[in-house]
Design a protein around this ligand. Structure first.
Ligand SMILES: Cc1ncc(COP(=O)(O)O)c(C=O)c1O
Length: 418
């Protein structure tokens, strides 16, 4: 018999095995100072493009003031206990009513973290007789929710409607055999590459097949649609989303999230979503802070206008310079370059140290081998000077990449830490 920790010490996992080379710089970097377009990294100011503070609320003076007042009045403890037992307040209910109204649904229910909420909601919505059909590129919280499912599940190729329908046919057969139903799951916005989920096309198939649709709109909420109600509003199909989810951790610059649906469904989630039934309720400071944030999203469309001015400036500027920004049709701005992992390390190092531009980097196995994805998140806190500076920096690093300069530096960097 083995000691349980033998494996853990030897095999640190697909990401953990890079800890020695990457920790503190490429992963687990420490960004310091108030959340804004310019923060400090390793003591130096950098232009920050890696924070999902889409509407620039994180450090907005009104938000800072209200958060400080709420913290003074309630502290971080109140209310104590799970909602079901002792952690319930009229403000939790008020926030639920306002969230539901904002996304045009009958009711809503709060969750403490989007991730755990999604895992738990999927678990609650299906039984072993039901079948799940979900996009292959789904966020980890959806994948982990599906892992709890004891019945059949099918993935479809990312945003591929032919593959979706093929799997829907399979799911229908099995659901009929087991007298179960079908839950389809998509994201409103796929957060890595910035493509919207094809909600309209998925929903069109409701005419032919019997299924319910759950949409994770973490990145769409507050950024897309005429009022900021998200990808469903943007695509004109909000009413046909059966269960809508958004986190407060992105455009709301807070934490927590909510599910919104018909009252019967929400009541079911309230009594069956284990991550909420058996966990402490969302702290009041955050609940009242979320009410303020939602109010600003509703009443200050200029925040969304500013965001989109920066998104357009950045995406058009990159395209004009011939960068490949994939198929994004949202704020998330991916830049695809060709190169291996050592090259990616050298390139990001140059970008951060010499150009003072900080963005996230994604490499294999998240994207195909030989590709480097630099992911930029424009916000309302950026300005067009930031955009110009970044495009100049990107043009410079692309030139060096193409000349093979990073290949040499990257290999040397890697061997020095091995
Ligand atoms: C698509 C998507 N769903 C869910 C989550 C998790 O939300 P939270 O940070 O509130 O746990 C994220 C956060 O990264 C996300 O991008």
């Amino acid at each position: 018999m083995k000691d349980l920790f033998e494996r853990i010490v030897k095999d640190k996992g697909p990401l953990g095995k890079w800890a020695k080379q990457a920790e503190g710089y490429y992963v687990f970097p420490k960004l310091e100072g108030p959340i804004s377009n310019r923060m400090k990294f390793n003591g130096k100011e950098v232009l920050t493009w890696s924070i999902n503070d889409y509407l620039g609320l994180a450090n907005h003076p009104e938000i800072r003031k209200v958060d400080a007042e709420n913290a003074k009045e309630y502290g971080m403890a109140y209310p104590m206990g799970a909602r079901m037992m002792s952690g319930h307040t009229k403000y939790h209910e008020q926030l639920e009513r306002e969230c539901a109204e904002f996304v045009s649904k009958e009711s809503a229910y709060l969750v403490n973290f989007g991730y755990q909420g999604m895992v738990s909601a999927i678990d609650a919505l299906v039984t072993k007789n039901d079948v799940i059909v979900y996009d292959m590129d789904s966020h980890a919280c959806i994948i982990d929710g599906v892992r709890l499912h004891q019945g059949k599940r099918f993935t479809f190729k990312h945003n591929d409607m032919e593959s979706f329908e093929k799997n829907l046919v399979r799911a229908t057969k099995i659901a009929e055999e087991h007298n179960g139903g079908i839950l389809v799951i998509s994201e409103g916005v796929f957060g890595m590459r910035g493509e919207q989920g094809k909600l309209k096309e998925i929903i069109a198939l409701k005419e032919k097949y019997n299924f319910r649709l759950l949409v994770d709109d973490a990145h769409g909420f507050g950024t897309l649609g005429k009022t900021g109600a998200g990808a469903g509003e943007e695509q004109g199909v909000q009413d046909d989303i059966d269960v809508y989810f958004a986190t407060f951790a992105k455009s709301m610059a807070g934490f927590g999230g909510f599910f919104a649906a018909d009252s019967d469904v929400i009541q079911y989630l309230q009594y069956n979503m284990r991550s909420q039934m058996f966990a402490k309720s969302l702290p009041m400071t955050m609940v009242k802070g979320a009410l303020k944030r939602l109010d600003m999203i509703r009443t200050m469309p200029e925040l969304r206008d500013k965001l989109w001015e920066n998104v357009r400036g950045l995406q058009n500027g990159l395209k004009e310079k011939g960068f490949n920004i994939g198929k994004t049709n949202t704020c998330v701005t991916p830049v695809f370059l060709e190169g291996d992992i050592p090259e990616a390390m050298a390139l990001v190092n140059d970008l951060r140290e010499n150009h003072r531009v900080f963005c996230s980097i994604v490499v294999y196995p998240v994207i195909p081998k030989g590709m480097i994805l630099l992911r930029l998140i424009p916000t309302a806190a950026h300005n067009l000077d930031d955009v110009s500076e970044t495009i100049i920096a990107f043009s410079s690093i692309r030139e060096k990449l193409e000349k093979g300069i990073y290949k040499r530096i990257g290999s040397a960097m890697l061997s020095s830490v091995q």
